[in-house]
Design a protein around this ligand. Structure first.
Ligand code: DGP
Length: 210
């Protein structure tokens, strides 16, 4: 008996858009409806590469900007065998950030082109759906203070938002923009509908490549 593959679903957005909350709610809802689903997140801080990234984000170490970009990408690549295995087992993966955060965050730094930033992630499994949780920076600011990690300031986040807007022009990626300023439950029900549609469409298609 051949098993239908799971869908690769990614949530992206600037900090405070509600990605983690929505990923958890989505996995729970899918599981409740009898669909095997698991959450993943990037950076995955538990691997050796992830630990280097984590201490960089916590400002405990310094890494050169190109180097850290490649490490974030390597962190995605090291999880690819596991991701493929789960998808092939019919498990839908709901991923909190992916290569698009990689490109948006590094290219928001001076002197990094989108093209250079995209290269290391070429060939990664392609998401069947990327939902961008859209949140105006002033509304994000009302959700509380930024933490103390690297990148957590509103000037940088505005630059990241602009890079995401450029990335969303790529028609080869299935982007859907979600208004994240609404209540958690309303955002969740929009996300669920989009997922159910894509899961039915993608289950018979091969996993694509970025
Ligand atoms: P999170 O654990 O989702 O809060 O993400 C940690 C921070 O790292 C967040 O500010 C976004 C940033 N980030 C996530 N992925 C990448 C990446 O691939 N490259 C860079 N430069 N930053 C990233």
């Amino acid at each position: 008996m051949s098993c239908k593959r799971g869908a690769l679903i990614v949530l992206e957005g600037v900090d405070k858009a509600g990605k983690t909350t929505q990923c958890k709610k989505l996995v729970h809802a899918l599981q409740q409806s009898g669909r095997p689903a698991e959450m993943m997140r990037f950076p995955e801080r538990t691997t050796q590469i992830g630990q280097l990234i984590s201490s960089y984000l916590e400002k405990k170490n310094y890494l050169e900007d190109h180097t850290v970009h490649l490490l974030f990408s390597a962190n995605r690549w090291e999880l690819v065998p596991l991701m493929k295995k789960k998808l092939e087992q019919g498990i839908t993966l709901v991923v909190d950030r992916y290569a698009f955060s990689g490109v948006a965050f590094t290219s928001a730094k001076p002197d990094f082109s989108l093209e250079w930033c995209k290269h290391p992630d070429v060939g990664l499994p392609k998401p069947d759906l990327v939902m961008f949780l859209q949140l105006n920076p002033s509304v994000a600011a009302e959700r509380g203070e930024f933490g103390t990690e690297r990148y957590e300031n509103s000037t940088f986040q505005r630059a990241v938002q602009q890079r995401f807007e450029q990335l969303m022009k790529d028609p080869s990626v299935n982007w859907k923009v979600i208004d994240a300023a609404r209540s958690i439950d309303i955002v969740h029900s929009d996300i669920k509908v989009l997922c159910e549609n894509i899961m039915n469409m993608s289950e018979n298609l091969p996993i694509g490549e970025l």
